[in-house]
Design a binder for this molecule. Structure first.
Ligand code: GLV
Length: 326
């Protein structure tokens, strides 16, 4: 009998095709989130689960999914998975790092540029029929070239963001729990404390994982330290920024603009005050959404499952201590 795999959403076909070569695959065949009850019923008899950041893999899930050897997240962030609980129960967990790094950094830089140069407002201005003449004062924004880019977090995506900043002749500052002198040398980055990133940057871009230590890392005090001309970019996780504090800072002119690919909650409610602001650009969590990258993510998640089911090492396992070889 083939192993049973559950896939919690429609995903790019290439990952499904890999699984179907040797597994009995059941898919929640929808673009909507699988209801929790349906999800729990479906995972009960599965040997592996390909899940998304919309599914909570917690003690309840793990106690229901008694046969599951692995939960393979199709995302690099894994704050939806209780990894220690998985490890305690001998269940593997994996994510999809690497394959989405450049695409996500491209999007973070796109948000930075779009917010700085008021692309959304320009588009709406044209569509509203307001464009009557070339205007010397029309929709002026912030310069990107030679400005200071402040990175909070210098992991894979933060590093690629630094490279993009360098391409625009920016001064690049960073703060992280780990100092990377090799990258400072290679990319001409400056390691500074968190306050200096906030105070000296024209653009502050967040690239840290979401965890208790990063909850509301950017709140009233941090926003107050930023320049009035500053732009905040968040492509990491919504709750890293305190949304009420951000609304106050944006509406009072304490900072100049924000570009958000992630919000808290997601999706952002239509009556969220942030959506009333012209200087807040919001995208629906699409930073890794290129055709190629989403295919690569689906294949990597599938390959993690295939390896786990074959008794091999999943390429991007999050709890390698279960393998007893590291
Ligand atoms: C998306 O947010 C991801 O973590 O891959």
């Amino acid at each position: 009998m083939q192993p049973k795999v559950y896939v919690t959403r429609r995903i790019p076909e290439s990952g499904i095709a890999l699984l179907q070569e040797s597994c009995d695959v059941e898919i929640w065949d929808s673009d909507d989130v699988v209801p929790r009850d349906t999800f729990l019923a479906a995972v009960a008899d599965k040997d592996a689960v390909l899940c998304l950041l919309t599914e909570k893999i917690d003690a309840e899930t793990l106690s229901v999914a008694k046969n599951a050897k692995i939960f393979a997240n199709m995302a690099v962030g894994f704050d939806n998975i209780d990894v220690p609980e998985c490890t305690k129960r001998g269940v593997m967990a994996s994510n999809t790092p690497g394959v989405l790094t450049d695409t996500t950094a491209d999007f973070a830089f796109t948000l930075l540029m779009a917010a700085a140069r008021r692309i959304r407002e320009g588009h709406e201005f044209v569509h509203a029929g307001k464009w009557e003449t070339w205007g010397p004062l029309l929709l002026m924004g912030q310069d990107i070239h030679h400005a200071t880019l402040g990175l909070v977090g210098l992991g894979r995506i933060g590093t690629e963001m630094a490279r993009r900043g360098q391409g625009f002749s920016m001064r690049v500052l960073y703060n992280d729990v780990v100092r990377r002198e090799d990258l400072e040398q290679e990319l001409g980055l400056e390691y500074v404390d968190f306050d200096t990133v906030l105070r000296e940057s024209d653009f502050v871009s967040l690239h840290v994982p979401y965890m208790p230590e990063t909850h509301h890392l950017i709140s009233t005090d941090e926003l107050a330290k930023m320049k009035q001309s500053a732009v905040l970019i968040n492509t990491a996780r919504g709750p890293i920024v305190d949304p009420a504090a951000l609304y106050t800072a944006l509406s009072s002119g304490e900072i100049w603009a924000a570009g958000l690919d992630v919000t808290d909650p997601e999706p952002i409610p239509m009556d969220d005050p942030l959506l009333t602001l012209d200087n807040c650009l919001v995208a629906p969590h699409i930073a890794s959404a290129s055709f190629q990258t989403r295919s690569d993510m689906s294949e990597l998640a599938a390959n993690n499952i295939l390896a786990a089911l074959a008794g091999e090492r999943p390429p991007t396992i999050l709890n390698p201590e279960l393998l007893g070889d590291s």
